[in-house]
Design a protein around this ligand. Sequence first.
Ligand SMILES: [Zn+2]
Length: 474
Amino acid sequence: MDRLWHCQGMPAPTSRTSHDTDATGDGPGAGAAAAPVGSAAEPAGSAGPVSRPGPIGSSGHFGLTGPGPTGRAVPNPARQASIRNANLALLYRLILDAPAPISRASLAAATGVTRATASTLADTLLEAGLITEVSPPPATGAGRPAAGLVPAAGGPAGLGLEINVDYLAACVVDLTGAVRSTVIRHGDQRDRAVSDVLADLAVLGADATAEAGLGIAGAAVAVPGLVENPHGRIRRAPNLAWQDFEIGAELRRVLPDTPFEPVIGNEADFAALAEAHAGPDTYVDSEARAVLGTQTADGAPGTASVEQPIPLTDFLYVSGEIGVGAGVILGRELFRGARGWAGEIGHITVEPDGALCRCGARGCLETVAGLEALHRDGPEAAAPGLGRAAAAAVNLLDLPAVVLGGVYARPEFAALVPGVRKALAEHVISARWAPVTVHVSRRGTAAAVTGAATAVVRRVHADPAAWMSAALTA
Ligand SMILES: [Zn+2]
C-alpha cells in the first residue's frame, strides 16, 4: 500500500479490493477514489511518492462530495466520471510509452492497482478501438506468458491537411504514430478562390483517407500565416494574399463529419511539433554527437566515453517555403506566444533597405531566404541572412539548436548549412561556450502536414475519453 496516495484527514483504505473497485470511477462507493494524473487533483499532504504521476486507484478526496448523513462519503457521479477519464488517460499513456507490448499485470504493477482494475480500464480502451492485444511470445519457462497491449494501428487516425503557396497536401497518421499515406499536389494556390482551394484540399484528404483505409478522428489544417481557433480564422497569410476571414465553417462543409471538429494552425508550428516528436535518433549526426548528443557514463557532458543518442527537446525550427516561418520548441512542446502567433521569423528585418516584402515591410528574411530568393540568388547568398535571423531568436530565447526544414532540407540547398552555422557562431553571444547546433530536418516538405495529422493523434492520446465521447455523438 505504500505506493498509494492517502488524502490528508482521511483514513487509509483498508481494503485493496474496494479501493480498486472505485478506481475506474464506476464503483458504487467513493471512499478511495483515484487522483487523476498530472492534474490539480493530486491530494495535498499525500503520504505517497510525489516524483511520479499519481497512480491509478490512489486514495484522494476526488469523487467525494464530503461525508453523508451517516458520516460516510457519498459518491458524486460527475467527479467519478472525471476520475475514470483521467485513469483511462494514464493507462493509455503507459501503453503508448511502453517499449514493448505491455500486459495487464504489468500495467497493474506500474500503477499499483489490482489486475482487475487495470483490465477493466484496458477493456474500455480495447472496445473503443484505441489499443489492441497481441499474442504473447513463445513460453520460455514455467507459466503461460501474458498477451500484450499496444496502440491500435487500425484505430482512429489523424488527418493532416496543408495549404501552401505552391502545393496542397494531405496525410494520415495512425495511433502508433506511423504515417499511413501522404498525398501532395503541386500547383500555385495564389489568386485562387478560397472555396476552390478548400474543395481541392477535401478531395486530397479523401484520397489520403482512402489510401490509409482508416477511420478519421479529426482533421488539422496547416496554413502559412497567422491563424486563430476555434473559428478557424486566418488573420493574415501574406503569400496567399489571404486576410481576415474564417475557413472553419467552410472546412466543416467540405470535410466529412469526424468526432473532432477540424482545427487550423500555422504550418511551421505543426512542422516543429512533428520534429519534436520524431524518434530519438532523428538528430544524431556527427555534430550532435560532438556537442549535444553525448554524455559520459556518469552523465556529465563533454568528451564522451559512452555515446548515447539524445533527442533535441529545445530548438528553433525554421521552415523555408515561398515564405519563411518558424516554430519554437521548449521541452518538446510548442511555444505559441500570447495569441498563438509566435515564430514569424520570416518578417524579421535582415536588410533595412532591402526589397519590399509581401507583408509591406522592407528587407524581411523572406525576401532574402524564401524559395524564390533561393532560386534566384542561390543558398550561399541566403545563408547569412537566415543565420542572422536565427541568431536573433537564439539570443532571445536561449535555444541550443536550429533545425532547417521545408525546402531548406532539400539536398540542392545543402550549402545553407555551413553559412547558417557560421552566422550563428558570429552572432550568438554564448556560442563560444555552447555552440548552437544546426540540423537538417529529415521530414522535409512533409513535416507540416505530418505534424498536423500527428496533432490530431496526440489529442486522442491525451484524452481517450474525450474521443470516445465525441465518437458517440458524431
Ligand atoms: Zn515581411
